[in-house]
Design a protein around this ligand. Sequence first.
Ligand code: PSV
Ligand code: MN
Ligand code: MN
Length: 389
Amino acid sequence: MTSRSDISAVRAALATQAVETPSWAYGNSGTRFKVFARPGVPRTPEEKLDDAARVHAHTGVAPTVALHIPWDKVDDYGALAAYARERGVRLGTVNANVFQDDDYKLGSVCHPDAAVRRKALGHLMECVDIMDATGSRDLKLWFSDGTNYPGQDDIRARQDRLSEALAAVYERLGDDQRMLLEYKLFEPAFYATDVPDWGTAYAHCLRLGEKAQVVVDTGHHAPGTNIEFIVAILLREGKLGGFDFNSRFYADDDLMAGAADPFQLFRIMYEVIRGGGFTPDIAFMLDQCHNIEEKVPAVIRSVMNVQEATAKALLVDAEALAAAQRDGDVLAANAALMDAYNTDVRPLVAEVRAELGADADPVAAYHASGYGKRIVGERVGGEQAGWGA
Ligand code: PSV
Ligand code: MN
Ligand code: MN
């Protein structure tokens, strides 16, 4: 483990951490089978920002909130950004949605019909307009495009259509804006997905240029995939734009980050740090839904899990590890990683939070604040936010 003299550097690095929380994590969500409504859930984008501001106040490391358009549609995005700022947070990544419309049954930007492709592209362009108004840096693109049956559509033609749409959006980006292209193994398409893996995303981003980057959603791989390897390669190539953190036991479960496999999260964060990626150039986002648990404390817990994994990764004694690797000492090298992973970093991150003016124990502080009860009392009437609203 890192020596005592380096602990202050670890502490300083942790104080710079920024985890973006997703607006949709505060709304109602569920599975294909049922969405469970919960009292106190936000009814408006502003109320989602109120909840996100609570998460930041308690943790000190969640300063931005990702939007999902049209779930967070408002008339005045500049005013929404100002509302966020007044509450101590900022608007972050804009997530496009070209998957919840009847027109998109056979795809969006890869659809065989040019009129549907135009409609999808129009939405993506609108998202960049919104970024201009909010000051957001990143546009996150996840496409549900794909086919269910062999022969249903031409795989190569679909790639051409995708490429054309991405190029048009890329052209529209401002100098300080980026496009983050997300891949996902399968679902909702089951035979062929148009952006199924990091290689496909990477190939498109490489063609487009440096403002196009790959985003790694931890829930979007086949079981057993070595995600940290992908992270290492993308970082090495300068093509890692960010993460959507969440946990999965089976498929795209979207459970709390660090819940199912905290060791994987540690390994990922180790590769991030090893590759010089612990910088604002990489967007560290959560992409998760809280179907049965209370939402705000679940987001708080997830942020803490990312923070703890980061602390452990920062504690790896790089010199000892490198020496063991040079010597071919397999066990010592593995032990260097495991010693850091097995460290109880909770007191360390508690101190960092306190130094940031947040809470040593954010979940306890949240419950003690009475906020959860207050929103149940106040958010009465209207329509709760949730998938599609
Ligand atoms: C759908 O799989 C998904 O979970 C993607 O990961 C997106 O990032 C997210 O929805 C929001 O659109
Ligand atoms: Mn995602
Ligand atoms: Mn997903």
